[in-house]
Write a protein of this length. Sequence first.
Length: 184
Amino acid sequence: MKPIHLIPLGAPSRPGAEPGLDLLEYLAAALARTFRTPCQIRPETFDLSFALDAGRQQYYSTAIIQRLERAVDPDARVLGVTASDLYVPVLTFVFGEAQLDGNCAVVSTARLKEEFYGLPPRQDLLRERLLKEATHELGHTFGLRHCADWRCVMTSSHAVERLDVKGAEFCRACKKPIFTNGYW
Ligand SMILES: [Zn+2]
Ligand SMILES: [Zn+2]
């Protein structure tokens, strides 16, 4: 299986656009266990300024994925991680987006933080939500679509409440194509 590269996404003109290193380190270790492949944090920050929609004050996730695909190592599976809010034109926001059966995915921690909802920070909850969202988007890069099993990480979740009830792992049916079909 290809290794996973985590790429911090930042914007030079906007401090705080990129995720904290401790959070990335946690994520890298957890993803390596889940996908049974090395996962490293790339040392360079990828500038996502080009994807900013000034009116919405959000970044366009599809544009980020397309740019990442051209810029990164094709022999790795790539997950961009940002603290900034993401969108696609038809939706108010997205937690993340991925190329179906591709190489690249992107996730945002913006709406995974309790602070976003006016609540006190919860680092444990942020880590858990980020791992679920990252695992879900990477699952799409293995060609997986949404799963009907509500416990499976591939079930769709458009709100943090839904993220919190599902598990961080793939159900048996979703696990199978990842670990048997050609990726290994
Ligand atoms: Zn999905
Ligand atoms: Zn499933």
